[in-house]
Write a protein that binds this ligand. Sequence first.
Ligand code: ZN
Length: 389
Amino acid sequence: MIDIIGTLMTTRLQDFCRSHEPWLLDLIDALVAIESPTDDKAAVDRCGATLAGRLEQMGGRVTRVASQTSGDHLVARFGAGARQVLLLGHFDTVWPIGQLARMPIRREGDRLHGPGVLDMKAGIALGMLATRAVLELTPPEDASIVMLWTTDEETGSHTSRALIETEAAASTAVLVLEPALAGGALKTSRKGCGQYELVVHGVSAHAGVDPRKGVNAIREVAHQVLAVDAIRDLERGISVNVGLVSGGSRPNVVPDYAAATVDVRAATMADADEVDRSMRALRAVTPGAKLEVSGGFNRPPMERSGGVARLFGLARDVAAELGFVLGEGGTGGGSDGNFTSALGIPTLDGLGALGDGAHALHEHIELGALVSRAALIAGLVARLSRAAA
Ligand SMILES: [Zn+2]
């Protein structure tokens, strides 16, 4: 059924976004121009100060949630209604200070390059323009729009996770403004991610004089690398990667220490539990060697639940009103959307900018897709802020 009023509103939201595109570009530029590597609190807070200022200019009530070990997180509230729609993202990046000089903000045809522009400063700016459009044209009476912009997503969200879960639990839906999949598709599922550390203690000995007295920890880790590899099941979406191995001191010493770090991913909660059980069931095979396994899943899988499917249906309707077909897909990468969806809160991810090269030197966004993306987010927020949504 064609919703005439909905279509009209979506068109007006898009017109607003189009006429305010210069504001959007200026905001993206301002955010990318202030480098914000996760591990540099002072730098991230500088970016946060600019972002907070812009949020206040929009009429947001901004709270800085102080963190000792990362930049301060920002919460901005618009409207006072009880029902809450959460826009979620992060303004830390993987790029060190000085990267901007090596890959400056530059426009090349339809592309805007710069460190952190795709992942995910443009996404934040899109969410802000969309919110401006909604507040201006169809201000929600009984709902509020809340933005949570965090500072440690790239290192696992250790200081922001509780805040993310608190705000998500108070929300009817969570829209995550991480980069889109190729072609603009949304992310309706994400694998859960974990990391394990295997440490082997052996017995050192002179490799030439007393080889029988030694227990070679590297030999034992080699066994474990193959055992871990056997947990992999790509058909089921279980990926396991031994990404780091260390151990030993010199060739003529039987090593008494070796370690391996393992990255694991699983598509469902059940598979994540099974992987965890398999990792914890690992046992040393070399007599005299001691194996310690630590770690676990940091981000639970984001599964395509009924709530996620309904939310995507809403987004697809808005896209249709804007005249394009919206796709969906999954990804092996995790985001803060994993936390919110694991709480059972309908979550849509990948609503941010189109582009390519997150965490890579060719990182860029597609300028031609910005207005319709902002309109998509605006149309979605407008519907979610209505009681019937
Ligand atoms: Zn990101």
